[in-house]
Structures are given as structure tokens and as C-alpha cells.
Design a binder for this molecule. Structure first.
Ligand code: ITT
Length: 238
């Protein structure tokens, strides 16, 4: 990185939660890198068969806001071991974490289990809320004792000027709670997810009950960003 403009990386996402987490991650580390959004990019069809393939598709569909600059994209999702193969998704919900629950399926699945569930929060592109997605997973798991899960993140840093792509894939081990979603931080499935330590023991608090800094220290996204920036530093120092 030689010029000031090289410190601006264009972030290819429409998800506010992801943007907030990555900016906070850079801020905590006093990094000179700044993230910019390219507001002119609409929804990008995710047609890949892996998280990394989808991240590359998003990166390549997003022109950098700085000529010659890098573009960062990630595709992430939840994997629930006991629900493997459900609705033809392997892993489940995997690449479809944001889209597996249609409004019709939500109404069938949740009407009986949670007739008095909380009002809708942020709507996903699929027309259901993050709260619905959480209740959907809880309903499908029911009393199942196997509550093992992972967050996965495929991340790509892409330079359209020279066609270079730096790629990584990271995950963190989780455990799905029993009972009601808890916590207001983070986004997506965080209110129903506990972290697991090295011995596989679930934490006491859900990820949505952690502060932004605490989540950033352990998140799949933070781990992926760390690996990408290390590879970039390695490349630019050669
Ligand atoms: P972009 O494609 O615009 O980046 P998106 O929300 O559609 O935004 P993905 O296709 O990568 O992003 O879907 C990821 C979904 O997986 C996300 O919307 C959440 O439901 C879930 N997810 C991923 N990371 C998460 C996290 O850190 N905490 C909670 N849920 C997460």
C-alpha cells in the first residue's frame, strides 16, 4: 500500500451488521484502512456452491469506489449439524442462511410453536425477519439434544485492476440455545447462539449478549479479516 487512496477498501455488502462489525474491528486495531460502500450496486445473485465462491461473485460484481482499489466481500452463514440435509440443503441452512425461511414456511412452522412471538424486526431480502429465522431454527431443533452448530465465513479481497484475489475460509464452533432468544447486540442468529470453548462446553451468554468488541474477538468474520489482511501485508511487502 503506497498511496492514501490504497487505504480505502470497498466493501461489497448490503448487510449493515457486517459493515458495523468490520469497521469496529479495524477501529479496535487502530488500522489506517477505511471501508467504503458502493451504493450503486443492487442485489447480487449468489449462484456459487461454496461460501468462498459466493464471496468472489459479490466482490467481482462491485466496482471499487477508488480507481485501482481493492474490494472486500464475504459470504457467511450458519450450519446446524442435526438439521443436515433438511429441505435439500447440505449443510443446513448454510449458503441459504438468510433465505431458507419463506413467509409461507414461516407461517406453517411458527404459528403453532410460537403464536405470541415478538413483532417483526429487520426484514431480510426473503421477506421474513431475523427473529423469525431464530425461531425457525429453534422450532426445527425442538428438544433435539444435539445442538452443535458453526458460523462459517468465506472472505475474498479482490483487485480488479490486476485480477488478484486473496481468499480465506474460517468458522467458529457454536451451540444452539434452548428456550427464548436472548440479547440485542449483533445481528442474524446471534440471539440463539452460544460459543463453545476448546473442550466443546457452551458459554453462558448468547452472542447477542456480548459487546461488539467481545464478538469481534471471536467471530468467524474477524478471523477471516485477520487472515486476509495478513496475506495482503505479506503480498505488498514482497
Ligand atoms: P450481503 O450478501 O449483502 O453481504 P447477507 O445478509 O445477504 O448480506 P449472506 O448472504 O452472507 O449475507 O448471509 C449471511 C446470513 O447468515 C446473515 O444474513 C445471517 O442470517 C447469518 N449470519 C452470518 N454471519 C452472522 C453473524 O455474525 N451473526 C449472526 N448471523 C450471521
Amino acid at each position: 500500500m503506497k498511496q492514501d487512496t490504497d487505504f480505502i477498501i470497498t466493501l461489497a455488502t448490503r448487510n449493515e451488521g457486517k459493515r458495523r462489525e468490520l469497521e469496529r474491528w479495524l477501529h479496535q486495531r487502530h488500522s489506517p484502512i477505511r471501508l467504503a460502500l458502493n451504493e450503486s450496486v443492487g442485489e447480487i445473485e449468489e449462484t456459487g456452491s461454496t461460501f468462498v465462491e459466493n464471496a468472489l461473485i459479490k466482490a467481482q460484481a462491485t466496482p471499487p469506489v477508488v480507481p485501482g482499489g481493492w474490494v472486500l466481500a464475504e459470504d457467511s452463514g450458519l450450519v446446524v449439524d442435526a438439521l443436515e440435509g433438511l429441505y435439500g440443503l447440505s449443510p443446513f441452512p448454510g449458503l441459504k442462511s438468510n433465505r431458507w425461511l419463506t413467509p409461507a414456511l414461516r407461517d406453517t412452522l411458527l404459528a403453532q410453536a410460537y403464536p405470541n412471538r415478538m413483532p417483526l424486526d429487520r426484514m431480510t431480502d426473503g421477506g421474513v425477519s431475523n427473529t423469525d429465522l431464530c425461531y425457525g431454527i429453534l422450532t426445527l431443533l425442538g428438544q433435539n439434544a444435539n445442538r452443535s452448530a458453526q458460523y462459517c465465513c468465506g472472505m475474498v479481497l479482490w483487485n480488479p485492476a490486476d485480477g488478484v484475489a486473496i481468499k480465506t475460509m474460517e468458522s467458529v464452533a457454536l451451540w444452539v440455545i434452548e428456550g427464548e432468544p436472548r440479547g440485542t447486540h449483533g445481528f442474524g442468529y446471534d440471539p440463539i447462539m452460544l460459543l463453545r470453548d476448546d473442550r466443546g462446553e457452551p458459554s453462558q451468554h448468547t452472542i447477542a449478549e456480548l459487546s461488539a468488541d467481545q464478538k469481534n474477538q471471536i467471530s468467524h468474520r474477524g478471523k477471516a479479516f485477520q487472515a486476509i489482511l495478513a496475506a495482503l501485508a505479506n503480498q505488498t511487502s514482497q
